[in-house]
Design a protein around this ligand. Structure first.
Ligand code: PLP
Length: 386
């Protein structure tokens, strides 16, 4: 089969596994397949590699290795943090979060409501920003945890996590942040941020899907979400996904090494893409404030067109991007993030996200800029009220 070049502009959805990461995984699939919990040498060797990876991912976020719990994904990490806060403080039955969290958090909070907990979903401003004063005022005596994402996966808008953590500290409330979109894009230092829990997912930083971590600050009480064997020092049952954990460790090293250089280069590519679309295609605007924002993300609204059509024609040209809309059983619901920012349903339905990554090139951006104006013009010409 003659494979078409993939112009991949959807790095917030997932990332290509780095070749260096694939290389370190393979021995753990082929030869070193022992169970890390086994007491004989063959198992212990696998266990040592898990420990090595734990130290590497801990270094990425300036944590201690013992503060890391490996999980199966970012979703599990988010669920686990909130679950732990509620079970270690049974008298507290309120969760404070935002209306623009990833469904990994939102759906869990909705489930909690059905189970009789109270959840406050804080609104955001039209630029996607969060009002820290409102957050502070919304903390109640029975608030078990505040859970606020660091950077939004749809718009790239970055929340003032350090300030929010300070508020929570002052109020004596646990604080969790979903930092899934930040590695390789923002410097992560859990000591400086002073958070109690932080979630990451390996497939957003050039490691495989199906592996994540939850940072739990030392001395913060923790109740496991998944119980079984005594893995992860009794904090997460289930035999460790050794190959993926080792991959995560290598990816963490690469993310640290490339943070500055790629941040500058990817940001410049993103800005060129965004500025050229805004300047070159009439009826376009950005969703979300320009700063503070992830350096790789651009969410753009195109007047008078449906994202579905744009994405289909981009796909035909080999370009992968995504809509801010979640596709549910064939119908395109407007994005909950854009809706929370006050966008009309029509604007939300005409918005698409480009999320760049370390493998994108100038030539790829040129290609998108060559194809996109024609696609938008064609869709506008065929729109029912054109
Ligand atoms: N949180 C955010 C902000 C995300 O972007 C994602 C994935 O898109 C998740 C959580 C869920 O991570 P995972 O796919 O590893 O479950």
């Amino acid at each position: 089969m003659n494979q078409q070049h993939v112009y991949y502009f959807d790095n917030n959805a997932t990332t290509r596994v780095a070749p260096e990461v694939v290389d370190v995984m393979i021995p753990f699939l082929r030869e070193q397949w022992g169970n890390p919990s086994s007491t004989y040498g063959f198992g212990r060797q696998a266990g040592e590699q898990v420990d090595g990876a734990r130290a590497r991912v801990a270094a990425l976020i300036n944590a201690e290795p013992r503060e890391i719990i490996f999980t199966s994904c970012g979703t599990e990490s988010d669920n686990s943090a909130i679950h732990s806060a509620l079970t270690t403080q049974p008298e507290k039955r309120h969760v404070l979060t935002t209306a623009v969290e990833h469904s990994a958090n939102l759906k869990f909070c909705e489930l909690l409501q059905k189970r009789g907990y109270t959840v406050t979903f804080l609104p955001v401003a039209p630029d996607g920003g969060l009002d820290s004063e409102l957050l502070e005022k919304s903390i109640r005596p029975d608030t078990a945890i505040v859970s606020v994402m660091w950077a939004n996966n749809e718009t790239g808008v970055v929340f003032p996590i350090r300030d929010i953590a300070a508020i929570c500290r002052r109020k004596g409330v646990l604080f969790h942040t979903d930092a899934v979109q930040t590695p390789g894009k923002l410097k992560i230092d859990v000591r400086e941020l002073d958070v109690d829990f932080l979630s990451l997912s390996a497939h957003k930083l050039h490691a495989p899907k199906g592996i994540g971590l939850l940072y739990v600050k030392r001395r913060v009480k923790y109740q496991p979400y998944i119980v079984g064997g005594g893995q992860e020092r009794g904090r997460r049952g289930g035999t460790e996904n050794v190959a993926s954990i080792v991959a995560f460790g290598r990816a963490a090293e690469l993310a640290m090494a490339s943070l500055h250089g790629e941040n500058v280069r990817v940001r410049a590519l993103r800005d060129r893409l965004e500025d050229s679309i805004l300047g070159g295609i009439p009826g376009t605007s950005r969703n979300g404030g320009k700063e503070p924002r992830l350096p790789n993300t651009s969410n753009m609204a195109f007047d008078g067109v449906e994202a579905e059509g744009i994405l289909m024609l981009l796909d035909q040209a080999g370009i992968c991007a995504s809509s801010g809309s979640a596709c549910t059983t064939g119908s395109l619901d407007p994005s909950h993030v854009l809706t929370a920012m006050g966008c009309s349903a029509a604007r939300a339905r005409g918005s698409i996200r480009f999320s760049l990554g370390i493998y994108n090139t100038e030539a790829e951006v040129d290609y998108v800029l060559e194809r996109l104006p024609g696609i938008i013009a064609r869709l506008r010409a065929s729109a029912p009220d054109a």
